[in-house]
Design a protein around this ligand. Structure first.
Ligand code: ADP
Ligand code: MG
Length: 575
């Protein structure tokens, strides 16, 4: 039974599978890799998905829905003909169509998938995505952030070079910018940012408006159908400008008739504001990631709109960096999801790869607000952009004399007041009554790469209460099993082995050396223990390599008295 990877896009969706040592795109029934994320209900109640549905956007707009990914996890509904759908329902229809295509192509049942989601997707949107998959008969344990998937796809063919890479993903409706580092076999997203209201569709609209402006038409007073047609034409011209200098945009439907020759210069002029909006998320991601643009090794541009030469040039100029040539704008995310599916299926040829991710939002608890009672403050425990899996603890104190219990309310969000953030769950823990501030409770959050959050609160007597929050619906057994996995998962087992071997090697060196070299070995081992306790795969990988280099030189020195003793490198700063 195969596990597939799915890029469930706003505009287009794709599926891929790990086979014969590579990620392979799965064609749909029409033989194409891209399935438009559009659903239409026909007159006798049948459902159409993909290109056929997309064609009906103009002929049957009242029976057709597109771009519903933007509303995942919200209460918005779509009425198509006589039926009402949630964004989740519509996504599940797209997923079911991909699943059926995959079963036909692979000749075996497909019951599990790894689905990619935008990095900025919050809990509600991630849960909705998982439920959509469940509705399509697909078990989804692992959601992967789209940029991580794109980075993995880009990295895997390129040997094991260490690098810092910026993934710029401009799709149909969203911009997603992320910093991804590869160090040895660890690929790690270190910061994410974006604009979920900026994408190819905004360019289509700007081109259509620019066209009207230059032709003396009033875009807003055109009929909805005419506007839709013009936007469709504008998109076609925008795409044509990818590989030709000029293109003619014209409309002529009997009443309205106009034509204009467009060039890339014209497009840049009419879309100036859109280009400028691209820079803020790029700057933010460098800030959040603590990396300067000069340290960037690779610029990976993905998403359909990254085909646009004007976009490529603009970003290349902003960063003083040419985009990686062989990045595949349309398929990178799906190919990466296919690789993750291979990792999930424990493919032997992917055993060396470790993919870590970041938590795209802050998780914390409500803290009593002394100066504004009733308006609890958000107290972050796991900060946005923390590397996953992660486990962090906060200590809190009672706020009233004689207080005999503490309500732990768990929130997600970036706002100062809890009321502006999303409540994920709560638990209650008894505390021995005492004077205010005299009793403490420790609250530990453990968040894994599959989106399972474990909250544990312990009071001073050792009494503990636990709460498990997960995105998507899962049975109790499933949650229990995952919880057990989580206990093991705090560090990648294979990594652990390597780390243990490194510690053993250091201890052996310590035993056979004397004087300052021995002190250096001891210091390094101490430092290494501290790095290990952060449980952050990237830091650990870097530290392991540093130890490896030092031990190599120390061993060479011991074997050859003519060599000077090794000096440790000065890298402590990053802890
Ligand atoms: P999403 O991730 O949102 O599903 P995609 O990455 O599939 O989106 O990108 C879809 C967008 O890419 C559309 O707005 C489409 O117009 C645009 N696009 C696709 N190919 C080209 C091209 N050759 N030139 C310019 N834009 C393109
Ligand atoms: Mg996409």
């Amino acid at each position: 039974m195969a596990i597939i990877g799915i890029d469930l896009g706003t505009t287009n969706s794709l599926a891929a599978v790990w086979r014969n040592g590579k990620s392979e795109l799965i064609p749909n029934a029409a033989g194409e890799a891209l399935t438009p994320s559009v659903v239409s209900v026909d007159e006798d109640g049948g459902v159409l998905v993909g290109r056929a549905a997309r064609d009906r956007l103009i002929s049957h707009p009242e029976r057709t829905a597109a771009r519903f990914k933007r509303f995942m996890g919200t209460a918005k509904t779509y009425t198509l003909g006589s039926r009402t759908f949630t964004p989740e329902d519509l996504s599940s229809l797209v997923l079911r169509s991909l699943r059926e295509d995959a079963e036909a192509y692979l000749g075996e049942p497909v019951e599990e998938a790894v689905v990619s989601v935008p990095a900025y997707f919050a809990e509600a949107q991630r849960s909705a995505t998982k439920r959509a998959a469940a509705l399509a008969g697909l078990k989804v344990e692992r959601l992967v952030n789209e940029p991580s998937a794109a980075a993995v796809a880009g990295h895997i063919g390129q040997g094991g070079e260490d690098k810092v890479c910026l993934v710029f993903d401009l799709g149909g409706g969203t911009l997603d910018v992320s910093l991804v580092e590869r160090f040895g076999n660890v690929v790690s997203v270190t910061a994410v940012s974006g604009d979920n209201r900026l994408g190819g569709a905004d360019f289509d609209l700007a081109v259509a408006r620019g066209f009207c402006e230059d032709c003396g038409l009033d875009f807003d007073s055109l009929s909805p159908r005419r506007r839709e047609l013009l936007i469709r034409q504008a998109e076609r011209c925008k795409m044509a400008l990818t590989n030709q200098e000029r293109v003619i945009l014209s409309i002529d439907d009997g009443t309205v008739s106009a034509a204009l020759t467009l060039s890339n210069e014209w497009l840049i002029r009419k879309c100036g504001a859109l280009f400028r909006r691209m820079t803020a998320p790029v700057q933010r991601v460098f800030l959040d990631g603590g990396v300067s643009p000069q340290e960037l090794d690779d610029l990976v541009m993905v998403g359909g709109s990254s085909h646009m030469p004007a976009v490529r040039r603009y970003i290349a100029r902003t960063l003083h960096k040419e985009p990686v040539k062989d990045s595949r704008p349309d398929t990178a995310v799906a190919l990466g999801a296919g690789i993750c599916a291979g990792m999930k299926a424990r493919a032997a040829d992917l055993r060396e790869l470790v993919l870590t991710d970041v938590c795209p939002f802050t998780l914390g608890v409500a803290r009593y607000n002394e100066s504004e009672q009733g308006r609890d403050l958000m107290s972050p425990i796991i900060e946005r952009n923390s590397v996953l899996p992660t486990s962090k603890m906060g200590i809190y104190y009672t706020v009233r004399d004689g207080q005999d219990k503490v309500d732990v309310r768990v929130f997600q969000g970036e706002n100062r007041y809890c009321e502006d953030n999303t409540l994920l769950g709560q638990l209650q823990l008894p505390v021995p009554p005492a004077r205010r501030g005299e009793q403490s409770i420790r609250i530990r959050f453990t968040y894994d790469i599959n989106g399972l959050l474990e909250v544990e609160a312990v009071n001073e007597t050792g009494r503990a209460e636990r709460l498990v929050l997960q995105n998507g619906d899962m049975t109790a057994q499933e949650a229990e099993r995952r919880l057990k996995e989580l206990a093991r998962l705090k560090l990648h087992p294979r990594e652990q082995e390597e780390c243990r071997a490194m510690v053993a090697r250091g201890e052996r060196l310590y035993a056979v050396t004397v004087g300052s070299l021995r002190e250096q070995v001891a210091e390094l081992l101490d430092w290494y223990q501290k790095v290990l306790s952060t449980q952050e795969a990237l830091k650990i990988a870097k530290a392991t390599r540093r130890l490896d280099r030092f031990f190599d030189r120390a061993e060479a020195y011991l074997g050859d008295a003519a060599l000077p003793p090794p000096e440790p490198e000065d890298e402590e700063a990053d802890l």
